[in-house]
Design a protein around this ligand. Structure first.
Ligand code: ACO
Length: 374
């Protein structure tokens, strides 16, 4: 076989077609710009766009909300297992296990029809935040807080985690962060989900794989490391020295850079405006000043812009959320996008099986064990 063209990390390679989102001309979900969605939509409307193809009418939205509301429970044996998983297990591992456990009580788990997958996607969408919040509260020695069907998706997430009434600004900021995390074309975790679906596996297996891919610090796991940076540096006057030292040591600064966005991640700019507002409301303005200074030095030295994880980590910190929840919250939002991609993949499936250029030794003769050198 002749050598074929190869792009490390599949950079710039078109690996499939999708009608779900595009980065061309600015990020949009099924044609709706993220600016419009972040200004006007709720996460439920965005989930409807992703899973059902379009904005819901008032009647469709009411029915969608009702379906989500009536499924806001996790099976008792899943909750029981959450109590038994060792305390030291990271939240993202629990999310991955949780998605797998939920499959065992999912009656339609093996039905790969379009309609069954949409129904399963809707169930997972409400079950994963319940699972995340339940585990978090159990770790704090508290009992889980039930979802309240009268609350919006975003408000429920905050309610189940904090059990305090969030302010309208907090609820809206959470809603927007979930909207902006919900979908992003062929990123690593979505592509993982599509590869798994392409073997005609099932939706839950695809989501388990996607959670595993999102966990890595080069992808969703970056948002948890962002907070560690901000806490380590401490104040804006130490930012310059810290960045220069990190770059001199060739460290990757989490929350900066992106495979596709080289001039700036539009999601980051949007979340940043909310960060200032919530920081002022919650007394965290010094952390915003610190973040701005780090941004300024990283841009000056490396021309690297912040990605969506840079401001979102701060936003979640200002809400009073524990750092180990940041990547799980990304899971909660991205489940809508992952499921839409699994469904789209299965609607026009072709097994995803790329090729590799071989770099190992040429053909060699078999040696009996007595003839092998020590
Ligand atoms: N900090 C320091 N240097 C960086 C960073 C960073 N965050 N990102 C890229 N660079 C440098 C690289 O070291 C390289 O420098 P060099 O040319 O001097 O060797 C140059 O920029 C190009 O880097 P690549 O690795 O080729 O860029 P790539 O497109 O593969 O990287 C990635 C994208 C993985 C996201 C990278 O920017 C990174 O590691 N960022 C930190 C992790 C992060 O924030 N991930 C979240 C991504 S967004 C999301 O998943 C929602």
């Amino acid at each position: 076989m002749t050598e074929r063209e190869y792009s490390p990390g599949l950079e710039g390679i078109v690996a499939g077609e999708t009608a779900i989102s595009t980065l061309a001309g600015g990020l949009s979900y099924r044609g709706y710009s993220i600016e419009d969605l972040a200004h006007h939509a709720t996460f439920e409307e965005v989930a409807h766009i992703l899973l059902h193809g379009d904005l819901p009418t008032a009647d469709e939205l009411a029915k969608f909300r009702k379906r989500l509301g009536t499924q806001e429970v996790i099976p008792p044996p899943v909750l029981e297992t959450l109590r038994r998983i060792p305390v030291k297990v990271p939240m993202m591992d629990v999310m991955r296990t949780g998605a797998s456990l939920l499959a065992h009580w999912e009656n339609e788990v093996a039905d790969n029809s379009h309609d069954a997958n949409v129904r399963k996607a809707e169930r997972l969408l409400v079950q994963l935040p319940i699972l995340m919040a339940a585990r978090h509260r159990l770790l704090q020695g508290k009992e889980p807080v039930a979802a309240d069907p009268r609350r919006s998706f975003a408000e429920n997430v905050l309610w189940m985690l904090l059990r305090t009434q969030p302010t309208p600004a907090m609820t809206r900021a959470m809603d927007v962060s979930l909207i902006l995390y919900a979908e992003h074309e062929f990123n690593a975790s979505t592509f993982t989900a599509r590869v798994i679906a392409s073997t005609l596996s099932d939706l839950h297996s695809s989501i388990c794989g996607a959670i595993g891919a999102l966990k890595g610090p080069l992808h969703g796991g970056a948002n948890e490391r962002v907070l560690a940076i901000l806490q380590t540096v401490g104040s804006a006057d130490k930012a310059e020295a810290w960045v220069m030292d990190a770059l001199a040591k060739k460290q990757r600064i989490m929350g900066f850079g992106h495979r596709v966005y080289k001039d700036g991640d539009p999601r980051a700019a949007y979340v940043k405006t909310m960060c200032r507002e919530i920081a002022a409301e919650t007394g965290h303005t010094p952390m915003e000043d610190l973040a701005d200074k780090i941004e300024e030095v990283v841009w000056r030295e490396k021309k690297l812009p912040p990605n969506v994880d840079w401001p979102t980590a701060r936003l979640y910190h200002y809400f009073g959320l524990a750092v180990e929840l940041y990547t799980p919250l990304f899971v909660v939002a991205r489940t809508a996008g992952w499921c839409a991609h699994v469904i789209e993949q299965l609607d026009e499936n072709r097994l995803i099986r790329p090729a590799a250029n071989y770099t190992g030794p040429g053909r060699r003769e078999w040696k009996d064990i007595s003839q092998r050198a020590d």
